[in-house]
Design a protein around this ligand. Structure first.
Ligand code: GDG
Length: 727
């Protein structure tokens, strides 16, 4: 069994010889390989290689030496998919910066095309039982593409960035496709619960799906969602801190920065990292300490995405700002900010982390921020202080850092002063629990945790055997001349639900199956619904089926035209108390309305804002519970409705009324709602109960939607071919 790890970039660089890159993710996944999985990596090798012969050569080398399968991208694709759609369109929105958002329809075409390339590559490699693990925002369409091609494949997706609030993601012209793309996965992982919550909210609002905080049901499948905060490759840091190169660098930096207190920031040069705002805070700090020359700010800013205009602008702005600050606050001996616009090697980085008195990590927003954790990992001796933005995912874990609002320059300046003044005992007291967590919850553990959950999350496809079983039992019974009764709910069972109940007239597909039901000898059909007798007559009156309206309050027997009321001796005076409460909810929940039936009151909220509607519904149910506590009433929270009926009436009891003295060899009942559960618990021999939809039920069989149910019925009702034709 193997893990196919799919990320935009392969962990290699070509310059032009090929080197393996190191980093938390690589270590994490290699850890998995040691355990029990073979590991394969699929991604873009980073360089533009257009010549076919060179592509073959690189591909051969990567496969053989590095276990990597390259996805080669053309110049146009790199432009549209990577610089355009990924970095200029998605990245700013995922980081709450719609003012930096750019969009061109051609970028979308490239993004989709590149996701398709990736899909082809994965499909070439994926064998039965393999796990596919997709990383990050460049590949948001890939899970759905793979799912369409391989329903059996186990697919995980991890988002390394934040997922923003619905109000932000909705700005994207392709928001629906992006949000739906992830649902091809069996498991979607986020760094924090906040990002998970926002994704679920986007799924509900954009796609109209029900999303709980651990799974999303859709298209007959379930996608699990979970929180998996990434860690660092802690062993690598531990080993480095015991190594020679580190000791050498440490000694040399100690000498170079003798007499200085060091405040260190490390990051890619990115507008999300809050560099300009940090410089505001540093300026404030420096302005309060004129004449003192004992603090040195070190900025390690790795060049990033320089072909995107906004990144070039940022770089110029940072350089100009640091130049001005250094000019203004320099002494004859030194300047306050040491700016490295480039990267330092790993042992130098560890030495800098270790020597720094303060780690100043102040992104405006960041999925996790590994620098904060790396700084913590290097505070073995003489611990420093971590100043951490509250907007970094890491702030959800590193509680004893000095947590700051990066937009508030005064408080950041203040935090720097306090950190520099903090005594060693306090620094150690704060650092110790963070250190323990960072070293323990490392990248390897993170990868194992996610892969473990992925291997369990993948639910097998809904078994269609069982439903076929039910269908066979019905057709066998009919074929052998047995008497069969069917009690079929209408809305959501025989016919798709509409936003407006009056719009749910039988459509052509429903009529087709109703005709088959009418024409099948030996079969008694009753439609059983919460609708009023008038509604049922208007929709289905011509069929002469039995009808049970208002959950059993009225019955029309097959072939008859008169309705019998089942609620004659039941008082409905309770409505006087319940109706005002429902009216109150109607007026303060836009889009909702109250339906007054003879025997029940229903508050409908299908047309409301989905989350607001559900929230109000839960509140209404709670209030109704109190109000009706001592009344013989039942409060049902069904699909986008809250209904109050008397306990004397329900669909189960109505079926028994309808059956009366008739003896049936088989009884079939089907429905899609909480109100239908009463039917499934009927105490009658030879009952087939069918639930239409997703979610929990006590029914014995399940189909996924009305279309599938109609198909099921058609198959069960199929007349056997005449014997002569069969021969
Ligand atoms: C994305 C999300 C999330 C930096 N300079 C040097 C250097 N680095 C290394 C650091 C660290 C990495 O780069 C940066 O990681 P971050 O997590 O801080 O940020 P992103 O690159 O934006 O990563 C982020 C992450 O994915 C993981 O899920 O945390 O929120 O945006 O490892 O050490 N390494 C060396 N020299 C440098 O000069 N050797």
């Amino acid at each position: 069994m193997k893990v196919i790890n799919v990320s935009n970039r392969l962990p290699i660089t070509i310059d032009p010889t090929i080197h393996r890159s190191s980093g938390g993710l690589v270590t994490a996944l290699e850890g998995l390989a040691v355990d029990e999985y073979a590991l394969k990596w699929i991604g873009w090798p980073g360089a533009e290689i257009s010549e076919t012969r060179r592509q073959r050569e690189v591909e051969g080398l990567l496969e053989k030496e590095f276990g990597c399968t390259p996805v080669f991208l053309s110049k146009k694709e790199i432009e549209g998919f990577y610089h355009g759609f990924s970095n200029s369109s998605l990245w700013p929105l995922l980081h709450y910066m719609p003012s930096r958002f750019r969009y061109e329809p051609a970028w979308w075409d490239q993004y989709r095309a590149v996701n398709e390339h990736f899909a082809r590559r994965v499909l070439e490699s994926a064998e039965e039982d393999d796990l596919v693990w997709i990383h990050d925002f460049q590949l948001m369409l890939l899970p759905a593409m793979l799912r369409a091609a391989r329903p059996d494949l186990r697919i995980g997706f991890f988002l390394h960035t934040p997922f923003p609030s619905y109000e932000i993601i909705r700005c994207h012209p392709r928001r629906d496709e992006l949000v739906a793309g992830l649902l091809g996965a069996d498991l979607i992982g986020f760094h924090t619960f906040g990002y998970l919550r926002h994704y679920c909210s986007a799924v509900t609002r954009l796609l109209g799906l029900e999303a709980s905080f651990n799974e999303i049901l859709h298209d007959g499948r379930s996608t699990a969602v979970g929180v998996y905060p990434i860690g660092i490759g802690s062993t690598r840091f531990e080993e480095e801190l015991n190594g020679e190169a580190y000791a050498r660098h440490l000694a040399s930096f100690r000498k170079a920065y003798a007499g200085k207190r060091l405040v260190l920031s490390v990051e890619r040069m990115d507008y999300t990292k809050g560099i300009i705002q940090r410089l505001d805070a540093i300026e404030l700090f420096l302005s309060r300490r004129t004449g003192q020359d004992d603090v040195k700010f070190i900025f390690v800013s790795v060049p990033s995405r320089e072909s995107v205009e906004q990144y070039r602008d940022l770089c110029e702005e940072v350089e100009a700002r640091i130049g001005r600050l250094n000019g203004r606050y320099a002494s004859v001996h030194s300047s306050p900010i040491h700016f490295i616009h480039g990267s330092v090697d790993f042992s130098e980085l560890c030495a800098l982390y270790s020597l720094a008195d303060v780690g100043l990590v102040t992104p405006l927003i960041d999925g996790m921020n590994l620098v904060a954790k790396e700084f913590v990992a290097c505070q073995r001796d003489n611990p420093g202080v971590l100043i951490l933005s509250e907007f970094a995912g890491a702030a959800q874990e590193l509680f004893s850092a000095s947590i700051v609002n990066p937009y508030d320059a005064h408080s950041v300046a203040q935090a720097i002063e306090e950190a520099l003044a903090m005594n060693i005992a306090e620094r150690a007291r704060r650092m110790q629990p963070m250190c323990e967590r960072v070293m323990k919850m490392d990248a390897q553990r993170w990868a194992r945790w996610l892969v473990h959950d992925l291997s369990r999350a993948a639910a097998p496809e809904q078994s269609s055997h069982s439903v076929l079983d039910a269908s066979d039992r019905i057709s066998d019974a009919l074929e052998s001349g047995k008497k069969v009764a069917m009690f079929l709910d209408y809305d959501g069972t025989l016919r798709e639900i509409e936003r407006e109940p009056s719009a749910a007239k039988p459509n052509a597909a429903t009529h087709a199956v109703l005709q088959k039901l009418r024409n099948r000898p030996g079969l008694d059909v009753s439609i059983i619904s919460g609708r009023t007798p008038d509604d049922l007559e208007a929709f289905l009156g011509s069929y002469q089926f039995g009808m049970i309206a208002e959950h059993g309050a009225a019955i029309r027997r097959p072939g008859q035209s008169a309705w019998e009321r089942m609620d004659r001796n039941i008082s409905h005076s309770w409505m006087e108390q319940v109706l005002p409460l429902m009216r109150l909810y109607e007026s303060c929940t836009p889009g909702s309305f109250v339906e007054q039936k003879r025997t029940s009151l229903v508050w409908h909220y299908r047309r409301t804002d989905p989350q607001f509607g559900s929230w109000k519904a839960r509140a209404l149910v709670a209030e109704l519970g109190v109000l009706t506590a001592n009344m013989p009433l039942r409060v049902r929270h069904g699909k986008k409705i809250v209904e109050v009926t008397t306990t004397h009436l329900n669909k189960g009891a109505a079926i028994l009324q309808m059956i009366g003295g008739n003896k049936y060899d088989l009884i079939v009942c089907a429905g899609d709602d909480a109100t239908d559960e009463d039917m499934y618990q009927l105490d009658v021999p030879r009952l087939i109960s069918i639930y239409v939809g997703e979610g929990e039920t006590r029914a014995g069989f399940r189909v996924l939607n009305p279309a599938a149910f109609r198909e099921f019925l058609s198959a069960a009702l199929e007349l056997p071919e005449p014997a002569s034709k069969r021969d």
